[in-house]
Design a binder for this molecule. Structure first.
Ligand code: C2E
Ligand code: CA
Ligand code: CA
Length: 689
């Protein structure tokens, strides 16, 4: 009950309706009350007048009328003062005053009445309502006119009482009607409205569960219709929410499982596919072959094409790869230049090789890209087999990655199969990388020096310098060849601190010999591709020279032809900068790269080193000899010194000397030696000589 009252009290709608009803009833009752009060008053006054008339007439009827005026006056005096009759005045038929009784009687006929003939019955009331004047023609003999003054004040109080009675009644009715209205409003309107409001708030807070907040109703009126419409709307809200979510989920799933650029499934999707195949109950469980497809040098291609055409190339590549695949194959795009095809079922080595060849053939073919003419791409494929439950998507992908790495590393191999040996190599590589990280600090790395000699025309040789070559004495593996660990250091970036170490070791050695013997051969250090492109290479060299107080002409650097050719314009700048610093520069392994005369002309270098592979074949291969001759002539025409490396026998030395090769390096003249030995053989001996 208090709750009901509280609700009603708080309900503005109820208040509004109630006040309106109240006001309306009040207005209606007031309109009705005015005429009824007026009628009440009129009737009361008439009744008063009638009573007085009857009393006076009966007195007149009993006497002899105007004939005996003295008796009449007496009789009238008996009436006047009784009841409400204050005074009585009688007038003769000619209108003249005849007799009077009581206090303050009228002395003439009412205004406007000339003779008794035109005197009608009339009642007049004084302004303040306290007196009533009644005038009429009597039925009595002589027919006098009578003007009686009556006391009428009590009529006003009766009227007031009457009005109050009616007003009280109205108030009771209004109260009852209002209370009834409120109760009806509460039950029929307020309660459903409150429930609707509550439900709407809940549904808004949790639209997914909107139908749970429905407001059931069996009512057939408008409120019932509203509630049913509202419940329907809740259903639709939840439904549309669910659909929105489904669409969003679908989209998120698509995006998380597809590559946006090519629209192909992505790495996550491929892994899911592979994992599904290992579930034993699955229809597709069993053997699967994964082909990891790579566009060689895609980053360079992309840089050349620009991002828009690069993307177009990838899209077309994706379409061709899909065409090369068969229905049921799973084609994915794992990242910029990496694609994959997973094929279910048995596919022996031959079938797999054929499919890999087909991929290479169909995806590598010429592409016509807008504004860049025809171009073809070279493609490499790594292949790995997986089987049933033993197959883990990530692992299989890793195996295919290793196979791909081998395919990329090996000249002329477009595809490679994974083999346990590859995994073993990868493990070795990993552990070497880990070991290399601490080798420098553990003092396991040290440089050896190999002499370089000038070939004098008279057959003599003279020490022309030394090359610093790095060695690694591994605590478990023993000596590790730089051919093995330098590429690892290069790939991981470790080459930068390692190269710095060699540079400082070389400078320190020069300083030591200068201090000890007053002279030192120049020492050449090898710069890897990564070191060569360091933006502060010049400062690093300058710093090392300054730190060990080494004359700049005693330091040389060697850069491989391949490294220098990677970015010709930048290399030309770097080489010029090194040259102007005073450091001598050689191009290493010359003949194995582009060997372009044009480029070489732009490079400011002091020497070119004929690659060992050509020197090896001197005396055995005319072709190699021709290359050596061509390089020698090239150097002479550019005014650049030519150094032959890997000279192992007299025959090679004689060949080179005959063709005016400036300097040579090789086991024939001296092997790379630890610094102390080098000092003993090449420095100290000369000092004592
Ligand atoms: P490279 O710069 O071409 O060095 C010449 C290589 O040929 C050296 O191998 C040297 O020992 C070897 N050699 C010299 N004369 C003969 C010969 O008559 N017969 C034979 N069979 N070999 C000869 P090494 O020391 O194993 O170095 C291999 C490569 O490792 C070097 O080739 C160089 O590219 C790289 N490397 C070595 N030390 C460093 C270094 O400190 N920094 C950088 N960046 N690379 C280095
Ligand atoms: Ca070298
Ligand atoms: Ca070399």
């Amino acid at each position: 009950m208090p709750k009901l009252l509280r609700e009603l009290y708080a309900c503005r709608l109820c208040w509004n309706v109630t006040v309106a009803v109240f006001a309306f009833i009040l207005a209606v009752e007031s309109v009705l009350l005015v005429p009824s009060a007026q009628r009440f008053e009129r009737v009361e006054l008439e009744r008063l007048a009638a009573r007085a008339e009857i009393a006076i007439e009966s007195v007149l009827a009993a006497g002899r009328g105007l004939a005996d005026e003295a008796a009449l006056a007496r009789d009238l005096s008996a009436v006047a003062g009784r009841r409400e009759i204050e005074s009585i005045a009688l007038f003769r038929p000619d209108g003249s005053f005849a007799a009077a009784a009581g206090a303050n009687p009228a002395s003439h006929l009412p205004e406007g009445v000339g003779t008794l003939d035109d005197m009608a019955h009339r009642i007049e009331r004084t302004e303040d309502g306290s007196r009533l004047t009644v005038a009429w023609r009597s039925q009595a003999p002589g027919a006098p006119a009578i003007v009686a003054r009556l006391e009428s004040g009590h009529v006003s109080s009766e009227l007031l009482a009457y009005t109050l009675r009616i007003a009280g009644l109205v108030a009771i009715i209004v109260l009852v009607v209002t209370a009834g209205t409120m109760l009806v409003l509460h039950a029929w309107v307020l309660r459903p409205l409150l429930r609707l409001h509550h439900s709407a708030m809940e549904a808004a807070a949790d639209p997914d569960r909107a139908p749970e907040f429905a407001v059931p109703s069996r009512r057939r009126d408008e409120i019932g219709q509203l509630l049913r419409a509202y419940n329907g709307m809740l259903e639709r809200v939840a439904e549309s929410k669910r659909r929105d979510r489904e669409i969003a989920e679908e989209r998120a799933r698509y995006l998380s499982h597809h590559d946006v650029l090519t629209g192909l499934p992505n790495r996550a999707a491929l892994l899911e596919f592979l994992d599904r195949r290992r579930e034993p109950g699955n229809a597709g469980a069993g053997r699967v072959t994964l082909y990891l497809v790579n566009i060689v040098q895609f980053r360079l291609l992309n840089a050349g094409l620009g991002p828009r055409r690069g993307d177009e190339l990838l899209r077309r590549f994706a379409r061709r790869l899909q065409r090369a695949a068969e229905p049921g194959d799973f084609v994915a795009h794992l990242g910029a230049d990496r694609f994959a095809v997973a094929r279910a079922g048995e596919s022996g080595g031959n079938a797999a090789a054929e499919f890999a060849e087909r991929i290479v053939r169909e995806t590598g073919d010429a592409y016509e890209l807008e504004g860049s003419g025809r171009m073809s791409v070279s493609v490499r494929v790594g292949i790995a087999h997986g089987q049933g439950e033993g197959l883990d998507g990530e692992e299989l992908l890793g195996q295919a990655e290793l196979a791909l790495g081998r395919a990329r590393a090996e000249e002329g191999s477009e595809y490679q199969f994974f083999s346990p040996q590859l995994a073993e190599e990868a493990r070795t590589r990993q552990s070497l990388i880990r070991d290399l990280e601490r080798a420098l600090e553990a003092g396991e790395l040290f440089p050896v020096l190999q002499p370089r000699l000038s070939l004098e025309p008279d057959g003599a040789t003279k020490l022309a310098g030394a090359e610093a070559l790095l060695r690694w004495r591994h605590p478990v593996r023993g000596m590790v060849s730089p051919g093995e660990f330098i590429p690892l250091a290069e790939a991981t970036g470790l080459i930068v601190p390692v190269g710095e170490f060699v540079l400082h070791a070389a400078c320190r050695q020069i300083r030591a010999w200068l201090d000890r013997y007053g002279w030192s051969p120049s020492i050449a250090v090898n710069l890897s591709a990564r070191q060569f492109t360091l933006p502060d290479l010049e400062q690093r060299l300058e710093f090392a020279l300054g730190e060990h107080r080494v004359p700049v002409e005693l330091l040389e650097v060697e850069v491989t032809e391949t490294a220098a050719m990677r970015n010709v314009a930048r290399s030309a700048e770097t080489l010029a900068a090194l040259r102007s610093l005073g450091v001598r520069v050689s191009i290493d392994d010359f003949g194995t790269g582009y060997s372009s005369l044009n480029y070489l002309r732009r490079f400011a270098v002091d020497a070119i080193k004929i690659d060992k592979s050509f020197v090896d074949d001197i005396g055995a291969d005319r072709h190699a000899e021709a290359i050596c001759e061509a390089i020698l002539r090239l150097g002479q025409s550019l005014g650049t010194k030519v150094i032959a490396e890997g000279v192992e026998n007299e025959r090679q030395a004689a060949f080179l000397r005959r063709r005016n090769c400036d300097e040579a390096q090789g086991f024939l003249f001296g092997k790379p030696l630890p610094v102390e030995e080098f000092e003993r053989v090449w420095i100290a001996a000369r000092a004592t000589a």
